[in-house]
Design a protein around this ligand. Sequence first.
Ligand code: SF4
Length: 288
Amino acid sequence: MIVLRADTLGYCMGVRRAMDLAVRTAETEAGRPIYTLGPLIHNPQALEDLRRRGVEVLPEGEADARIAGRTVILRAHGVSPELRTRLETLGARLSDATCPRVLASQRRARRFHEAGYSVVLVGDRNHGEIVAVTGCAPGCSVVGSPAEAEALDLAEPVGVLAQTTVTEEEYDAVCRVLRARYSRLAIVDTICPATRERQESLARLAARAEAIVIVGGRSSANTARLFRAARALGRPAWHIETARELPPEVFGFGVVGLTAGASTPDSIIAEVEEALLDPGRAGRKAEG
Ligand code: SF4
């Protein structure tokens, strides 16, 4: 079998940065409890690896007196200024893994707010990134669809930002509605290219491969999107978390494409590649 890797796959810049920070912190503070505020990454194997290194997940609602004097790592999608202050007041030592792209969105939202704009955020109001950006522009509106944009009644000028992971199509659809309704409108492109790059890379891969394996956590939205895209490109495709989940039928193909979501560790991608190329060896390793 020939295995073709997508030219862009696996960790995005923000997730790699956050994981590197967590591993470094675990090394320098070995033996002391370290927390991440919520799961650092949508990948159970990576979370288990961090747990073995002494990094525990602290559910946001459980940030209480026990974090006094402890290191708390903030995730790539950041926290609101209010939550940051609360954690500091509780005595946590913050280690900030907020992605620079998310920090840029937070700064933009704050500047719009301070300049008197009505701020509109396009995305999922329950997503941590949007919750954090909302805290930088109190009173802002969050919309998830063109219909919700139609229902807004805003004072101009209006400043618009997107969640970093919405698609360009989703953002354009909302912006079209806003353009038709408001003339003093500033739209900022805050969409992160990581998702689009992985999708474009998948399309190139699908042109050369007979079937596609997509590796990533089951709760990873961008991995699920890659899986749907592979199917839409007309290729047999499988979404797996680890090499053990490779289906027998994949070994019937001569050229298999391999890609992975933005929260999939390099080591798991390498294991899947190895299992595809040498299923016997990978099986022996798993048993051993
Ligand atoms: S997807 Fe983009 S914005 Fe989100 S963490 Fe990765 S690099 Fe940062």
